[in-house]
Design a protein. Structure first.
Length: 266
């Protein structure tokens, strides 16, 4: 069994270390993998996408994620068993976990761990990562039963993150900037099938918001400074500039619409 940990806490203070300490006290022999603590502050969607993309490459186990702008409110705290892959997700009921459980066949079982017998007391109103999510996740990783960790929930009532979908417009496809990484690469909500349907294929030239790009396999397939479209590591279409910043070049922010239009003779 393994325990993974993702958050928007950053690493400039004690938050991550304290959560590690709590988990170690409860499950000293369980390995802990830090997926990232660099999710943008309060970035529920960015955290959900990161969790979904990372977990297929992690061993099966318990996966705790904390991006929780509503901490201390009536939002529920969850532990969810995925239908596939022998995985349990632990985190707030704000959609953060939903893309991951969808990746693993859906939510098969869920409990509300807000008042779990595994939580720490006294309970802080503002640090549920330490007092709820870390101790419950560690207890589950150490062998505690999910049904004993909280009150059962109807999986149909759990918060689900809704992502925008691409749409056709004339001969083009309107996509959306789902996420922008530290290199300025822009992940789009366009899968392989969507791209093919829109006539976007390897080697094509495509107008991206009116700027010409070429569809290639990797960054170095174009000259330095050239705009490109490629299938990223998560099998989605993405924008980049070889040795540059595509988001800055095109003036894109998260959720921005991106018009992709194959060019004649491309």
């Amino acid at each position: 069994m393994i325990l993974t940990f993702l958050s928007d806490y950053g690493t400039s203070d004690e938050f991550v270390g304290v959560c590690h300490g709590v988990m170690r006290r409860i499950a000293p022999d369980v390995p802990i993998v830090d997926v990232t603590h660099g999710v943008p502050r309060f970035g529920v969607r960015e955290g959900a996408l990161t969790l979904r993309n990372a977990l297929p490459y992690m061993p099966a186990g318990v996966h705790v994620a904390v991006v929780d702008p509503q901490v201390g409110t009536e939002r529920r705290a969850l532990a969810v068993r995925c239908a596939e892959g022998d995985r349990i997700l632990v985190g707030p009921d704000n959609g953060l976990l939903s893309l991951a459980w969808e990746r693993f066949g859906g939510a098969a079982e869920a409990v509300d761990i807000s008042r779990s017998p595994h939580r720490l007391e006294p309970l802080s109103a503002t640090f549920h990562g330490r007092d709820v999510f870390a101790p419950v996740a560690a207890a589950l990783a150490a062998g505690a039963e999910l049904r004993d960790a909280g009150e059962p929930l109807d999986t149909g009532e759990l918060a689900v993150l809704e992502l925008p979908t691409p749409r056709r417009q004339g001969t083009g496809l309107i996509a959306h900037a789902l996420a922008i990484d530290g290199f300025g690469n822009v992940a789009l909500n366009v899968g392989h099938a969507d791209a093919l349907e829109a006539g976007i294929r390897m080697g094509n030239r495509v107008a991206v918001n009116g700027v010409e790009a070429v569809v290639v396999q990797t960054f170095a397939d174009v000259e330095s400074g050239q705009l490109l479209l490629y299938e990223d590591a998560w099998q989605a279409l993405a924008l980049a500039v070889n040795r540059g910043d595509a988001a800055a070049r095109l003036g894109l922010e998260r959720d921005a619409e991106v018009m992709l239009e194959p060019l004649a003779g491309g």
